[in-house]
Design a protein around this ligand. Sequence first.
Ligand code: SF4
Ligand code: SF4
Length: 73
Amino acid sequence: MAVDSIDASLCNGCGICVLSCPADVLRMDKTLKKAVIQYPEDCVVCCWCVAECPKDAISLSPTRHVRVLTSWG
Ligand code: SF4
Ligand code: SF4
């Protein structure tokens, strides 16, 4: 499971998801002024971006596998 897609038609470019991601997966595309998934392999599936997005633009994939984060420290 990992962050899978950001619906550009919904994204308003607020940048909240970029700031909320603890794994630095997301970036703002300066040209499009939309959030993009830059480093999907680093996603730890904390779901903060999904929870924080005011437009419900971010989807997680139930099928993709990423390493499991076992400790924050
Ligand atoms: S939080 Fe949602 S609306 Fe805001 S930049 Fe991220 S994907 Fe776009
Ligand atoms: S689920 Fe968590 S780690 Fe993955 S992109 Fe969203 S905020 Fe970042």
